[in-house]
Design a protein around this ligand. Structure first.
Ligand SMILES: NC(=O)c1ccc[n+]([C@@H]2O[C@H](COP(=O)([O-])OP(=O)(O)OC[C@H]3O[C@@H](n4cnc5c(N)ncnc54)[C@H](OP(=O)(O)O)[C@@H]3O)[C@@H](O)[C@H]2O)c1
Length: 253
């Protein structure tokens, strides 16, 4: 359970090789940490990530988890909880960017991206929420994106999965009020990570460490939403209301 300073004993990262997910886990480490579980589809990469987190007084382990394999989610979450006890913070970090042109025109690619980023994220979140509700405490951190705030034509399948996920996560959070469990929705802008490697940076681009700092601050303050960086909240409150012809002409990639 989190202590009075909001420091969790047990941290789980779904998509345990995600740079943002790992940065959040790293920022959450404290003397009360007992277990960190990196749940990922590539166990070799997971072990490398685990090595970068290990320290004194807590265990870092790797579990197999595939966001696309929705039938396994309840079992995987259950097995992790059986092994490490109550889950204090679960970070839903898995996701794919896809290639805008391909996913916009290829039926199989569009469906595969939507399956992982939306269906898989919904399934894993419901499995986690059931566990947190039964415990009576714990936070699910959902990595949404500003890409879902107003969907860009350049990568509209990705953007739409984040729009759907964001709405789902807000509704899930509302449904958990009064249970002791909660949801924190994180909306990063462009983040320099494996996902965006080689891409030109968007305005207000940031790093996994900055997203992690803002996330941990939001967790400790009991916030429901975090923008990373915070200025994007203001920027998107304007962009959201631009007329379509103006929005379509913006050089947003
Ligand atoms: N980077 C950005 O600009 C940005 C901005 C806003 C939101 N986000 C969101 O933040 C989250 C983390 O992104 P990141 O920047 O940390 O990128 P990242 O380092 O590429 O992390 C994405 C993670 O998702 C995992 N993944 C993909 N498909 C999976 C599947 N089917 N099952 C399990 N894991 C799977 C990847 O695993 P592998 O290592 O096996 O590929 C990787 O660990 C994503 O949801 C992303 O959409 C990122």
């Amino acid at each position: 359970m989190d202590n009075a300073f909001g420091q969790p004993q047990t941290i789980v990262v779904l998509g345990g090789t995600s740079e943002i997910g790992l940065a959040i886990a790293h920022q959450l480490l404290s003397p009360v940490t007992r277990h960190v579980v990196l749940a990922c589809r590539d166990l070799v990469k997971g072990e490398q990530a685990a090595a970068s987190l290990r320290g004194d007084g807590f265990e870092v382990s790797v579990a197999h988890f595939d966001g696309a394999d929705t039938a396994s989610h309840e079992r995987v979450i259950g097995e992790i909880a059986e092994r490490v006890g109550d889950l204090d913070v679960v970070v839903l970090a898995f996701g794919q960017l896809g290639h805008g042109e391909a996913t916009g025109q290829d039926v199989a690619e569009a469906a595969a991206l939507a399956h992982v980023n939306f269906t898989g994220a919904v399934s894993a979140s419901v499995a986690v929420a059931n566990r947190l509700r039964a415990q009576g405490h714990g936070t699910l951190v959902v990595l949404s994106s500003v890409a879902g705030e107003r969907v860009r034509k350049a990568n509209f399948v990705y953007g739409s999965t984040k729009a759907g996920l964001d709405g789902f996560a807000q509704g899930l959070g509302d449904s958990l009020v009064g249970t002791g469990a909660r949801v924190l929705v994180v909306r990063p802008g462009f983040v320099h990570s494996q996902m965006t490697k080689g891409m030109p940076a968007a305005p207000f681009a940031t790093t996994p460490d900055v997203v992690a700092q803002l996330t941990v601050k939001g967790l400790r303050a009991g916030r429901r939403t975090v923008w990373a960086p915070g200025i994007l909240r203001v920027v998107f409150s304007v962009l959201r209301h631009l007329p379509g012809p103006v929005w379509r002409r913006l050089p947003l990639g």
